[in-house]
Design a binder for this molecule. Sequence first.
Ligand code: NAP
Length: 321
Amino acid sequence: MSTERVVIIGSGPAGWTAAIYAARANLDPLCLIGVPRSNPAPVLPGGQLMLTTEVENYPGFPEGITGPDMMEAFQKQAERFGTRINRVEVTSCDFSSRPFKLTCSDGEVVEAQSVIIATGATANWLGLDNELRLATSGGGVSACAVCDGALPVFRDKPLAVIGGGDSAMEEAAYLTKFASTVHVIHRRDAFRASKVMQARVLEADNAQVHWNKQVVDVLGDEFITGIEMEDTVTGERSTLDLSGLFVAIGHTPATGFLEGSGIALDDEGYVVLQGQSSCTNVEGVFAAGDVADSTYRQAITAAGMGCKAALDAERWLAEHA
Ligand code: NAP
């Protein structure tokens, strides 16, 4: 078995950008791009952008571009410089000695001198059939207001955000700039968000909080028309007319396969990086994108981190390989 110089795990903006840089540095990268999964919510090679309709905030695309088209372009650019692709998921990693060993879903074990982890994070969903159907078909259900909220289809319309954390507050406050009304739907009678973030919503003229409400169904055939809610105290049901729904109930980093690998994770499961670099606590293993970033979570920031990881890997290989 030959040992790869650099293996990139993941195929979102971070993974492809790392691949483009590593390929152009003649590191002959192998990209393990994952396999489609659909339980409970869809997860595709290409990551969260595969579930995004229009991307309007990525510089260089003045007319916008769809998420899948953008990921296809990233992949083509990486392949143009010789990136090799394997459609497998990494199920476990052994970083205890070099070469590192990555066990894949097809049973193969890939050996690598250096590894870039770029597996991203997935938005948490309620798990309702109509929620996931409209989220994957561009039907006005999204897990990212900053990505999708400014689209014309949501302007001056009643929108809702589900959740009571900082993300929900941030998304709701952002949407108050565009929406006629922003309904914040929370399952309890108190937000867990910081006071300063709460204030941005509670003080907005066009925001309305619905306490103790759980969404039980999303209404609409091709595009959302409303939601059905249940009061978590009384059990009473009610409907709310809406033109957009933003689910902000947290993210889960895709780091399950790192269990037992020795890679340091924070309390929420995100990879911990050393200072401003892409270095993990294991020499020769780097991380980039949402798997190591619970704060910014944008395609452009993930791509920037992928670039840093490839440059860090290149320098590290020059000294150690
Ligand atoms: P979070 O703090 O875990 O909050 C998730 C929210 O979703 C909670 O209010 C939770 O309700 C609700 N929720 C979870 N599952 C639900 C379900 N099945 N149905 C209905 N509601 C559900 O997640 P987050 O807001 O994404 O924040 C993650 C981390 O990033 C936090 O540490 C946060 O401080 C940080 N962050 C910071 C900023 C900022 O400072 N600018 C912005 C965004 C995020 P309960 O409260 O009832 O559990």
